[in-house]
Structure formats: structure tokens, C-alpha cells
Design a protein around this ligand. Structure first.
Ligand code: FE
Length: 149
């Protein structure tokens, strides 16, 4: 193997039936590593939960009045007190939808969509894969990508 070509994944995992327990590699991007895992495992539908610690996170708030997203980055050590989300597909691409609550050192909390976050500690994620795909479509009324059932 060429030394410049690394096959190292940003996670390790153990599978229990249709459930994966995933340990995200330290200092990687939590949201990106979850996406990489779902793509690698070809998970086209499922639910995601997790806990961990990060030292930078970009959260997103959706304003339904303006249909605009407002993003804000926080750079400090924070506990991922809860990460909740799901995985589906949109236009044939893997689509993750992640929300998280971040605990600050003063025990207050921040919350929002999780866009990106640099892991600084553990990242312990559980992903349950569903046995048939879930699709999304863009809904003009809400401006959101909704489930297509
Ligand atoms: Fe959302």
C-alpha cells in the first residue's frame, strides 16, 4: 500500500443486528464522521443518538418566517449532552439530519441543528438502520426537506 493513501476510517464500530455502536475518532468532525459511516455502511434509513465532547461546534437555527438558516460557531469545551437525529436519502444522496444539545462548563446548554463539531474526547454514537429506504423532498411551503411517505 502507498503510504500516502490512508484507508484509516474516522471511526471504529461494532454491529449488533441492525444496530451499530460507533466510536468516532478524536479530533475529527463529528457530523462529517457520522455521514461517512452512514455512507460506508450504505445506511439509507435509520435513527441516530449519541453523546460525547467537542471543543468547537457550529449550530444552525431555522427561521420559518424568513426561511433562512442562521449559523453560529461556539469555540469552547462542551459536552454533547445529547445528539439525536436520523438518516435518509434525498436525490439519491445520503442525508443526515442532526440536532444536539451542548453542555457548557457553567452547566448551561446550547442547542440546535448540528452542522459541524470538532470532537475533543469521546464520540459514542448508536445508529439503528431501518430495513427499507426513507426519501426526502423539498417542501416549498415550509422551505424544509420533508419525509416523502
Ligand atoms: Fe431540524
Amino acid at each position: 500500500m502507498n503510504a500516502q493513501q490512508t484507508t484509516e476510517k474516522p471511526y471504529t464500530y461494532k454491529q449488533y443486528g441492525n444496530t451499530y455502536v460507533v466510536s468516532i475518532a478524536n479530533h475529527t468532525d463529528l457530523a462529517e464522521s457520522i455521514m461517512t459511516f452512514c455512507k460506508d455502511m450504505k445506511i439509507s434509513a435509520g435513527s441516530i443518538t449519541g453523546i460525547g465532547a467537542v471543543n468547537e461546534a457550529t449550530l444552525r437555527f431555522y427561521d420559518p418566517k424568513t426561511k433562512q438558516y442562521v449559523d453560529k460557531t461556539f469555540t469552547e469545551q462542551m459536552e454533547v449532552a445529547n445528539l439525536t437525529g436520523n438518516v435518509s436519502e434525498m436525490n439519491g444522496e445520503t442525508y443526515t439530519h442532526l440536532h444536539c444539545v451542548l453542555g457548557r462548563s457553567d452547566y448551561s446548554a446550547l442547542a440546535g441543528h448540528l452542522l459541524s463539531a470538532r470532537l475533543n474526547g469521546a464520540g459514542e454514537i448508536v445508529i439503528t438502520a431501518f430495513d427499507s429506504p426513507m426519501e426526502r423532498y423539498h417542501d416549498e411551503e415550509t422551505g424544509l426537506n420533508m419525509y416523502k411517505f
